[in-house]
Design a protein around this ligand. Structure first.
Ligand SMILES: *Cc1c(COP(=O)(O)O)cnc(C)c1O
Length: 421
């Protein structure tokens, strides 16, 4: 459930009409609902009730400072995958002991930054990385808590580009080699083995792969404990999927996920960490755009919007579906028509939807892309010299711009022309 609903014939974000925000900041823009962010975080937190746990928001899904502050104040930890994200989390006031560092390519500089600033744990993804972390930690006189990310060879049954837990994926170490890698970790200075990490993919709407992966993690916990390692924390990753299309089918629920966690690893007495990104942020945001032209092609009609693939790349990159709805509520019984919904960027890939049934639209009308709160603004670029679009956060009947649209001069002046030209 989210807080973007029709009321009095138009789409609202909580208690604010999207039309009003559009009049103030100009379309296109991202709009987030703080009540929806809060609700999703709490549902996940409650799903793990009774187990010692921390929900570490995977901030790559949406890392605006205001969003991090909102979630951090609710008690969330953060899962970071770069030094930039680490700095963002700290800047938003999240303490180091709630920040987990993931990612296959952590550099020495990033490790030093996190050790000096405070870190809950590093999730190590390879032996070379382990050696470097050991050296950096020892040189700082630190002993850092670590888990090793194991690849359980489980098919998450999701999109190719966001599956991460199969044999051929670049993430983690094969679970079959876990004992030797943990023995190495235990022998190196500066590292303190505390647990196991696993993350098998994203946008998983079938939760059974979790069960298979967590069963393997539970078995491994016993084996590693038998080898004398202290395994007191399990980082179970993120990846819970969300409905991008409104259908009658029930979406997978956080409490079903929590039940799987309880059943598979609840008996081990470990502290549980999860790293959800999309489930918290996805339905907490919409992208609002304006129709520039309705163009009749030879055999179809194009709805040409002022948002483009550079603002929301998921359709072009993953073939992802986003529901696109008019901000003015269509009249009951109004017959839909079909549009190819496109942006103005000079690429055929700049297509949001083909043959999409929608109410008839005109130039100047506003539309909202639903489920755009995760992997939306964070993946945006200025391709075609289109300045990054603003982000707005709604709270009840208030709204605030939480990232302003840069001016054209600001965008252009980031470049410098060398003297010799
Ligand atoms: C991307 C990622 C997540 C979050 O994935 P979602 O599908 O957004 O929940 C969690 N952990 C790691 C290591 C990731 O790379």
């Amino acid at each position: 459930m989210d807080h973007f609903l029709y009321r009095d014939g138009e789409l609202y974000a909580e208690d604010v009409p999207l039309r009003e925000i559009a009049a103030s900041v100009g379309a296109p823009f991202y709009c987030y609902s703080s009540a929806t962010f809060t609700r999703h975080f709490k549902l996940l937190d409650e799903a793990l009730e009774g187990m010692d746990h921390l929900v570490c928001y995977a901030m790559k899904a949406n890392s605006n400072q205001a969003i991090l502050k909102l979630l951090g104040d609710l008690g969330a930890g953060m899962d970071v995958v770069s030094g930039g994200e680490y700095r963002r989390a700290k800047a938003a006031g999240v303490p180091g002991d709630r920040i987990v560092f993931s990612g296959v390519g952590k550099t020495e500089a990033e490790m030093r930054l996190a050790i000096e600033g405070g870190i809950r744990q590093f999730n190590i993804e390879s032996e070379p990385e382990m050696a470097v972390l050991s050296r950096v930690a020892a040189s700082l006189g630190a002993e850092v808590p670590v888990t090793v990310r194991v690849n359980p060879d489980v098919d998450a049954k999701t999109h190719e580009k966001i599956s991460t837990g199969r044999k051929g994926d670049k993430f983690g170490i094969p679970i079959s080699r876990a004992r030797e890698v943990y023995a190495l970790a235990a022998s190196l200075p500066g590292l303190k083995v505390i647990g196991i990490d696993v993350h098998i993919g994203s946008q998983m709407v079938d939760f059974e792969p979790y069960r298979l992966a967590y069963r393997k993690v539970a078995e491994l916990t016993e084996v590693l404990r038998g080898d004398g390692h202290e395994i007191s924390r399990l980082d179970l990753g993120g990846g819970m999927g969300i409905p991008y299309e409104r259908t009658n089918a029930d979406p997978p629920l956080p409490r079903d996920y929590g039940q799987i966690v309880r059943e598979e690893v609840g008996h081990l007495g470990c502290e549980i960490e999860i790293e959800p990104g999309r489930l918290i942020a996805g339905n907490s945001g919409v992208l609002v755009s304006e129709v520039i032209y309705v163009k009749s092609g030879e055999d179809r009609e194009f709805l040409i919007l002022n948002a483009a693939m550079n603002d929301l790349i998921r359709p072009a990159m993953y073939g992802a579906h986003h529901d696109i709805v008019p901000v003015k509520e269509p009249a009951v019984g109004e017959l839909p028509t079909k549009y190819d919904v496109v942006g103005p960027v000079c690429e055929s890939g700049d297509t949001f939807a083909k043959g999409r049934a929608m109410a008839r639209m005109q130039a100047g009308d506003l539309v909202a892309f639903r489920t755009a709160g995760a992997y939306g603004a964070v993946m945006a670029s200025e391709y075609n010299s289109r300045p990054m679009i603003p982000e707005v956060l709604v709270h009840g009947d208030q709204f605030a711009v939480i990232r302003a649209r840069p001016t054209f001069d600001e965008m252009i002046n980031r470049d410098t022309i060398p003297e010799w030209l």
